[in-house]
Write a protein that binds this ligand. Structure first.
Ligand code: PEP
Ligand code: MG
Length: 756
């Protein structure tokens, strides 16, 4: 008959007692080995610890020759212990010596043992060591025994990681991912360099209390937490809150599948049965799942690991009672926020004074969170795979928004180099500051009007700092996105007034609210849409809810008083939409005039060119508008039929490609023929090479992110516009994917400054 296993709960209790004793590390480990051996009714229990360089060293044993301790070592993949470490999976053998990987270590005296059970000591997906038991008789260890060993290994991992065992602390430090420095190459999305400390947008819960006091209570906690998790995922899907939370529908569907997966929930319950707290059970099961999925050959399954990790973290946060994001907590003064994904409203929740940088695993160049980061002047890097797993709150980090490089826990050499780079950056910034009051005029005498994009009160000082000619795009929806409810009339009036006051004589173009797609108002319930970017948004919503538009327009007119007012409408798809929106403005002006209030001395009403259908209505549209503004972000998304927020498509199409340039050329010349001012306010014009091409196409006004004013002005002042025209015009009919290199060569051979 097989000897009975003493319940893992009792083992855990005894382990806790051993931990509490004031012993040396070695004695403690020896005691743990003895305890496990007697609990498992095994003749041998050994603990191997991973040393730097992937060497597994025998650290403690009960049953093998003690003289082998700190002498016997195995590489990863070498011997049974090495295989367990390499696979991060248990090995349960009734006859160990017949296994092909068995390696006999004569100094241990293990030849007399037949059966063998080994489990990896895992923490955060990394193998810290291996725990083994052996018996003389041939036997297969039961599933319960394997479970008990895994639970014990988890406790051991915590002990090692906590540095409780001093001699092991070094090994841990040297080998665990959370301590090593890491370099990631992402996509640079918002310019600037930041050195600071990591803040995880979704804080990770550190599980410190592993051993349960009261199993019934832990089961109850677990059940309640799972229930909450399920309903939160269901709610997110039902609310179509995806844009606000920055999550994609398919990811949430996967979450729902896992959250309702009976196998997962059963395994969590079983882990609690072994004596763990609910939190420790979540970690245990996640550790196992991670190890299993990492071994899988199926790339789809391996990708799901990320989702499962996130789901497990959500469950841990529910258990720990942590709600909300890090924005609600206390931030360091140099916070660099790291998130899997994020919506623009969530970024706006952060205290502007503290946030220095942003790193996302997702995030496209034209997504709105990127636009907000640029507006706030926060360096940002996107498409940084798996960074959330590697980074820990408080880690030192460098974000290079010029190259896309991210360094976590950088070595001092890298840090020094970056301190120097920041100094250089500041020096260049100073040179741009010197240009502030100089005109943006090309070498052949063409003046370009440089305006900035804005949307928040914090943007306003940029106008003065950059010396820009005005605000070419004021995204009014940002005020709506950070508010708790629809901003009242007086709130809107004072906001717009502050903008006009700050601008003084410089023109400001207010864009009426552009809500929809990824710009979601938390307090506005919207029906679920298959394609929100093509859905009920912007002017479509404004015309269907005229009260909303009227209120905003009235607020704008009041704020302007007797000053000039410029208003434009987003996402116009047909002339009739523009005509109706224009009527709303004109009607409001009359309404205010009739009541004896001041009306704008000058009123200019324009249309954004973002929807391709409008391109074939230009002759009808242009006589009705006072100006047009090309929204290249959306226009490009619709022309190429690509989702501007999809990280897989970020660099797929190049704006510097013949089809887009040709189209822009058409718009610019038609506007010219009708004498209608035209500008580009999408992200396109913020890049010197792109701006060069636009000027070559005849554009004389741009609206760009404030940080780009210096580099763009420098480029303009070194450019011959006529020569640029000759070059660009010749590229429009090429069959090429991109003409970027040709333009860059032109710039180089003509000493045009493209420093950005
Ligand atoms: C655009 O689409 O280019 C634009 C300026 O508008 P937004 O980026 O706010 O959609
Ligand atoms: Mg747009």
């Amino acid at each position: 008959m097989q000897p009975a296993l003493v319940g893992p709960r009792i083992l855990l209790k005894r382990l806790r007692e051993v931990m509490a004793e004031p012993e040396t590390a070695q004695t403690r480990l020896d005691k743990i080995a003895g305890l496990i051996a007697s609990n498992m009714v095994a003749e041998v229990c050994s603990i191997y610890v991973m040393r730097p360089g992937g060497v597994l060293e025998l650290y403690a044993t009960e049953g093998l020759n003690r003289s082998a301790v700190h002498k016997s070592t195995l590489g990863i993949g070498e011997g049974l212990v090495g295989v367990i470490a390499g696979d991060a999976a248990p090995l349960n053998l009734s006859n160990a010596q017949s296994h092909p990987a068995f390696k006999y270590l004569p100094e241990t005296g293990e030849e007399i043992y037949s059966s063998f059970l080994g489990v990896p000591i895992l923490r955060s997906g990394l193998t810290l060591g291996v725990l083994t038991v052996q018996n003389r008789t041939e036997r297969t260890y039961s599933e319960e025994e394997v479970e008990a060993m895994q639970t014990t290994a988890m406790v051991l991992a915590e002990v090692i990681a906590a540095g409780d065992l001093e001699e092991l602390a070094d090994a841990f430090d040297a080998d665990v991912g959370h301590v090593r420095s890491h370099h990631f190459a992402g996509t640079a999305l918002a310019d600037g360099i930041a050195l600071g400390h990591v803040v995880l947008h979704q804080p990770r819960v550190e599980v410190t209390n592993l051993i349960a006091e009261d199993l019934t209570a832990e089961h109850l906690r677990l059940d309640e937490a799972v229930e909450k998790l399920r309903s939160s995922v269901d709610r997110m899907l039902a609310d179509n809150d995806l844009a606000r939370t920055g999550e994609h529908q398919d990811v949430l569907e996967t979450y729902r599948m896992f959250a309702h997966d009976r196998g997962w929930v059963r395994r969590l319950g079983e882990a609690v049965d072994t004596g763990l707290t609910a939190e420790a059970a979540v970690e245990r099961v996640q550790s196992d799942t991670r190890a299993k999925l990492m071994r899988s050959n199926d790339p789809y399954l391996r990708e799901r690991l990320h989702d499962l990790d996130d789901l497990a973290n959500r469950l841990l946060r529910i258990l720990a009672g942590v709600t909300g994001t890090a924005a609600a907590g206390v931030l360091p003064r140099d916070a660099i926020v790291i998130a899997a994904s994020m919506g623009p409203a969530e970024l706006l929740d952060y205290d502007r004074e503290s946030i220095r940088g942003l790193v996302l695993e997702e995030g496209g160049g034209n997504s709105h969170v990127t636009i907000v980061a640029r507006a706030l002047g926060i360096p940002m890097v996107g498409e940084v795979e798996s960074i959330v797993e590697v980074a820990d709150t408080g880690d030192a980090i460098i974000v290079d928004g010029q190259t896309g490089d991210i360094h976590i826990r950088p070595p001092s050499t890298i840090e020094d180099a970056y301190v120097e780079k920041v100094r250089l950056y500041a020096r260049r910034q100073k040179q741009y500051d010197l240009l502030k009051d100089e005109p943006a005029i090309t070498t052949d005498g063409v003046t370009i009007s440089i305006n900035i994009n804005a949307g928040l009160v914090v943007d306003l000082p940029h106008l003065e700092e950059t010396g820009a000619d005005g605000i070419g795009l004021f995204r009014t929806e940002l005020q709506f996105m950070i508010a708790a409810g629809f901003p009242r009339m007086d709130e809107q009036v004072s906001h717009y007034k502050a903008v006009l006051d700050a601008a003084g004589d410089k023109p400001v173009v207010f864009r009426t609210i552009d809500i929809g797609a990824d710009k979601v108002l938390p307090y506005l319930r919207q029906a679920k849409e298959e394609n929100p970017a093509l859905g009920w948004r912007a002017i479509r919503m404004a015309l269907d809810r005229p009260a909303l538009l009227r209120l905003q327009v009235r607020a704008l007119i009041k704020a302007a008083g007797g000053r000039s007012l410029r208003v434009m409408f987003p996402m116009v798809s047909e002339v009739d939409e523009f005509r109706r929106a224009r009527e709303v403005v004109e009607h409001e002006v009359e309404f205010i005039r009739a009541r004896g209030h001041a009306v704008p001395a000058e009123l200019k009403i324009g249309a954004m060119i973002e929807v391709p259908a409008l391109l074939w209505q230009m002759p009808a549209l242009l006589p009705l508008t006072d100006f047009i503004s090309i929204g290249s972000n959306d226009l490009m998304q619709f022309i190429f039929a690509y989702d501007r927020g999809d990280p897989r498509l970020v660099n797929r199409y190049d704006p510097l490609s013949p089809p887009l340039l040709k189209l822009l050329s058409e718009i610019i010349s038609q506007a010219g023929e009708h004498g209608v001012p035209v500008t580009v306010c999408g992200e396109l014009a913020s890049d010197p090479l792109e701006a060069l091409a636009l000027i070559g196409l005849g554009l004389r006004s741009i609206s760009i992110v404030p940080a780009a004013v210096g580099p763009i002005k420098t480029m303009i002042r070194s450019l011959d516009a006529a020569k640029a025209r000759d070059v660009v015009i010749k590229l429009l009919d090429l069959p090429d994917h991109s003409v970027r290199n040709r333009l860059a060569e032109f710039a180089k051979s003509h000493n045009i400054s493209l420093n950005n």
